[in-house]
Design a protein around this ligand. Structure first.
Ligand code: NAP
Length: 435
């Protein structure tokens, strides 16, 4: 019976949905052995280190991934790094199919003066910091200023702004990193200002994420009603208006018009503001913006500027993929045609299409790539797979070890009244897998 060896690099949503598509495609005369390779000692990718701690519902997708992992043709090899422990070339030789599901972890830069100042931080660092990613425990985050500025109005910016603006006691019963919760409890930040360069109707955040703001118990949300009225005029001028766009602008208006609670914590969303310089003496002290306006449906710069005094700037303007020998980057993504990179190497998820879409987007996207892979299959290789590649003594975290780590975190969580307490120390994570 033809059995093909498949290596999926990256244990995030795109990787799991790819494994699932292979599992669904299996037939009597077409079998797959799936090895999922992951750099970290824990799987789940952005479900563990990207999804905001106060969004536990989104994380329930991990149950689907655990089911995929329980199938007999699936093996997890976590704590194995592409580019260090194994190379794309090694995998290409040992497997019939190699799929890079390595995501996009590099935060995009604004490219403006002052961006390198202390406390000018990318969401690509802050998000894994508050989500207990072992590589980001020591990110220096200074929350002593009363105002924080978040650049970007996408869903990541929304997550970051919300986490900085909410009363941290609202995070007590979440799996937020303990080091981050301690810091947030001492935070002086009372005003968080999210800034978008275009008009409200162009905001990248989605309506459910925006509507979530109304659930904040200890934070008032401010959006300039005049900018929203203008946005409504812009969309009324269009011949056809998509349902989602109308719903988004309605949600913005509803949030802006909500009765204020008169609390100290404020989250403001400002539009038509392009950051042009971050100022400060060794550390962020102020950020300067150029005001924009809409002319004939286009956003253009005005000659007015304004500035905000702040001690911290978080940039949440998208991500790029990192490069590996054997995978070149083009416009922030691994170069590919419909998911095909070269030979038997393919790419899925953010590494394929760029940082767009929600977790579920990866399901159909991965399934399409798997269809293409199956069309291109040749005769299965007589090779050994990953065992031929790893040095003797290399400690892997397999599914059983991960289940031990998971159980230990969940038990610690039960004691603390949280879904889990995440272990952040790489060595301790590995030792939890041994117990
Ligand atoms: P995004 O949705 O692409 O938003 C990026 C934001 O940055 C946009 O507002 C963009 O403005 C702005 N931006 C880009 N370059 C800029 C520059 N040079 N100066 C100022 N602003 C700039 O990206 P994201 O927020 O990183 O999210 C990535 C994906 O993950 C999205 O598909 C998102 O929906 C998803 N996600 C979903 C959830 C959820 O479902 N809860 C949570 C987090 C992330 P322009 O539009 O003007 O370019």
């Amino acid at each position: 019976m033809p059995t093909y060896k498949v290596a999926i690099v990256g244990a995030g949503p795109a990787g799991y949905f790819t494994a699932q598509a292979f599992q669904k495609a299996q037939r009597n005369n077409l079998l797959f052995l799936i090895d999922m390779i992951e750099r970290l000692p824990t799987p789940l990718g952005l479900v563990r280190s990207g999804v905001a701690p106060d969004h536990p519902k989104i994380k329930t997708v991990s149950k689907v991934f655990e089911k995929i992992a329980k199938e007999p043709n699936f093996r997890l090899f976590a704590n194995v790094e592409l580019g260090k422990d194994v190379s794309v070339k090694d995998l290409r030789d040992q497997y019939d199919v190699v799929i890079l599901a390595t995501g996009a972890s590099k935060g995009r830069k604004l490219g403006i003066p002052g961006e390198e100042l202390k406390n000018s931080i990318s969401a690509a660092e802050l998000v894994p910091w508050y989500n207990a990613h072992p590589d980001f425990v020591n990110v220096e985050v200074d929350l002593s200023s009363d105002t924080a500025v978040v650049i970007g109005v996408g869903n990541v910016a929304m997550d970051v702004a919300r986490i900085l603006a909410i009363d941290p006691t609202e995070l007590d019963q979440t799996d937020v990193a303990e080091h981050a919760l301690a810091k947030l409890k001492q935070s002086n930040i009372r005003t968080v200002i999210m800034c978008g360069r275009r008009s409200p109707e162009d905001a990248a955040f989605t309506s459910p994420e925006l509507r979530d703001l109304s659930k904040l118990e200890n934070t008032d949300v401010f959006i300039d009603l005049k900018q929203i009225e203008e946005a409504i005029k812009h969309i009324e001028e269009k011949d056809e208006v998509e349902k989602d766009l109308r719903s988004k602008v309605e949600a913005i208006k509803a949030i802006a018009g909500q009765k204020k609670k008169g609390v100290a914590r404020k989250l403001e969303i400002k539009f038509l503001s392009t950051p042009i310089e971050i100022k400060g003496n060794g550390k962020v002290e102020e950020i300067v913006f150029q005001k924009n306006k809409v002319e004939s449906g286009k956003v253009v710069a005005s000659n007015e500027t304004f500035s905000i005094k702040t001690g911290i700037v978080i940039t949440a303007i998208g991500y790029d993929s990192v490069e590996y020998p054997g995978a070149t980057i083009e416009s922030g993504r691994i170069s590919n045609i419909a998911g095909h990179v070269e030979h038997n190497v393919y790419v899925v998820g953010w590494a394929k299409r760029g940082p767009t879409g929600v977790i579920g987007t990866n399901k159909s996207d991965s399934a399409d790539v798997v269809d293409l892979i199956i069309e291109n299959l040749k005769v299965p290789k007589a090779s050994e797979g990953i065992t031929a590649l790893l040095k003797s003594g290399h400690e892997i975290i397999d599914q059983t070890a991960w289940e031990k780590i998971n159980a230990s975190e969940v038990i610690s969580g039960e004691i603390a009244g949280k879904p889990r307490v995440k272990e952040v120390n790489w060595k301790r994570i590995i030792s939890l897998g041994r117990t």
